[in-house]
Design a protein. Structure first.
Length: 185
C-alpha cells in the first residue's frame, strides 16, 4: 500500500453501525488480526489478546450487554489486556500505555477493514464483567474494546444521531511556533 492510499483510507474510513447479513471470511479476519499484530506496542511487550466471535447466538448475548453494539455485526474482535503478563512484566493497573496499545491495535484493525472493503466500528460501551463471562475469559484477561466487523448495509439514522459534519483542521490545532517559522511568512 502506498503512502497516498494509506492517507486515502484514513480519510474514507467511517464508523459502520449497520451490517449486511453476509459473513466475514476467515481470510479477512486473519488480515485484520495481522494488522493489529503490527500495531505499535509500549516496549514491544504485546500485552493485548484478541478474541474473535462469529457465533450468532454468542453475538446476540454480547449485544444484550453491550449497548454500543448497534445493528447486527456478523463478526467482532474483542481486544483484551493480559493482566497476568502485564503484572509479570512490572506494569501497574493504572498504566496508561496498556490502554494506548489497545487503541493502536484497534486503529490498525479499523484501517485494515477499510482497506479490504469491510465496515468496522469500535465499541467501548459494554459490561466488561458480562462480556468476560459470555466469552469464558480467564480472570487475567479483561475486555477493553470491541471492534464490530462486517459488510456495510444501507445507512440508517439512530434517534439522536448527529448528522455527519466535517471538522476543520483549524478547529482542532493550536500552533506554537517561533515568529520566523515558515507558517508566518
Amino acid at each position: 500500500m502506498t503512502g497516498e492510499s494509506v492517507l486515502e483510507c484514513i480519510r474514507r474510513r467511517r464508523v459502520t453501525r449497520f451490517f449486511a447479513r453476509e459473513k466475514v471470511s476467515r481470510h479477512a479476519l486473519i488480515e485484520i488480526l495481522r494488522a493489529a499484530r503490527w500495531a505499535p506496542s509500549a516496549g514491544n511487550r504485546r500485552l493485548h489478546r484478541f478474541v474473535v466471535v462469529t457465533d450468532p447466538p454468542l453475538l446476540k448475548v454480547m449485544r444484550a450487554v453491550a449497548p454500543g453494539i448497534r445493528g447486527y455485526p456478523p463478526a467482532v474482535i474483542v481486544i483484551c489486556i493480559d493482566w497476568e503478563r502485564a503484572v509479570h512484566l512490572g506494569y501497574q493497573l493504572l498504566d496508561r500505555t496498556l490502554h494506548i496499545d489497545v487503541g493502536t491495535a484497534a486503529q490498525n484493525m479499523l484501517l485494515a477493514a477499510e482497506a479490504i472493503g469491510l465496515g468496522a466500528g469500535p465499541v467501548t460501551s459494554f459490561s466488561k464483567a458480562a462480556i468476560g463471562v459470555a466469552l469464558r475469559l480467564p480472570e487475567s484477561l479483561t475486555p477493553e474494546m470491541i471492534v464490530c466487523l462486517g459488510h456495510r448495509a444501507s445507512r440508517q439514522a439512530f434517534p439522536g444521531t448527529r448528522p455527519a459534519v466535517s471538522t476543520r483542521l483549524e478547529d482542532l490545532v493550536i500552533w506554537r511556533e517561533p515568529p520566523d517559522s515558515e507558517a508566518h511568512r
